[in-house]
Design a binder for this molecule. Sequence first.
Ligand SMILES: [Zn+2]
Length: 486
Amino acid sequence: MDRAAAAERIAVLRAEIQRHDHLYYVEAQPEISDEHYDALLRELAELELQFPDLITPDSPTQRVGERPLEGFEHVEHAVPMLSVDNTYSPDELRAFDQRVRRTLGVETVAYAVDPKIDGVAVSLRYEDGSFVRGATRGDGRVGDDITQNLRVIRSVPLRLRGSGWPHIVEARGEVYWPRPDFDENNRRLAKAGKTPFANPRNATAGTLKQLDPRIVARRGLAFTAHSFGLIDPLPAGVTKSMQLYERFREWGLPISRYLRLCTGVEEVIAFVEEWDSQRKQLDFDTDGLVIKVDDLEQRKRLGSTSKSPRWCIAYKYATEQATTRVLSVGMHVGKMGTITPVANLEPVLVAGTTVRRATLHNFDQVRRLDVREGDTVTVEKAGEIIPQVMAVNTAVRPKTAEPVKPPERCPECGGEVQQDEGGVYLRCINPECPAQRFERLKFFCGRDQMDIALLGEVMVGKLLEAGLLHSYADIYRLEQRRDEVR
Ligand SMILES: [Zn+2]
């Protein structure tokens, strides 16, 4: 085959492969078998080997780079990636809508609403249809250049479909690890005696930090676009975000299947309620919805604070669960000597806060759950309640995990322990137990009791350590011992 014929065949093969990638990874409707697909890819690779000068960076053979990076470069975002404020109740949503309508001076606002994927936010930059750079959110203004790692994600098109794209298209969205693939990967790890990942979000974040894109390629990450940065120029006739997303779809950029246009806040609230039950059946983790003003001119008029846009808000469901891993099981000795088992967790975001510990209540509960160090567990946090471990996924338990045994002595003072009559609670019966003394003094000084503002948890700990506190009365003698306290 001469060079001209090869160039022609290469163009045909690339277009075919890109079409099948789109059908497979974006539409989830493949037309050809894996063998047929591999044959196309092999033919392309062989032609490119014969004519290496015909290789372009957006060729499907170029997804995986040759060698690991030394580190990530920093990228400044053309348009900052701001964070989104949260709401937790329909009334807060109504208040948001009221602010928006008042600023705009309109009766009703149309909102684009879609489920918030619990993944890692990224920005993809296309120049004249070619994927040139991908970056993490970072601090919102400067992120890490993770282009190599994003190239290997099959739902990220290396080249946009069709034609007539703006010179610059910045698609923003979420990289995530779809549940079925994540679970399968964890089962493989557990079988091989390796530590499974705590949850898809942490695993995705860790994967994108890999310097070797070949590792990323082996994990089945996916991308879904939910917003945009710089679009230059904005296509003629596009005045609403939904219209732009329609273009994104035509260009082969994956958009959430669940994206919906809601007219007025009551329609948004109905969608929120409808989703509360549906969200558990999705192939990704989600803790709520993101609600954005649809009209681009209205967005401009609303503007942003330094932290977040005024035209966008997230709704978070109040009770939340997340999966994570138990790093260790610790013991907490309370003010009455009750020994409470506590799970120390790989940090995980639940109901908007980072959870590092969850209570296991008592040793009866530990036996019932059969929770062990290294286990993958479901934690739940509802409102202000202390996070608790709800369930254990024993299918991915490490082989070496041992059952947790109740302590024979007090873990704080080594003193004798006693079981209460119901056999549920274990108590340290040493009245001089320093852990108990600490808890009692903390309680005594706390807001519900004497409300001694200066004696917080840290200060009580320091005073005990210095031997300055033995009883409640000592608290009031501290004044006379000022020099020692300082
Ligand atoms: Zn003790």
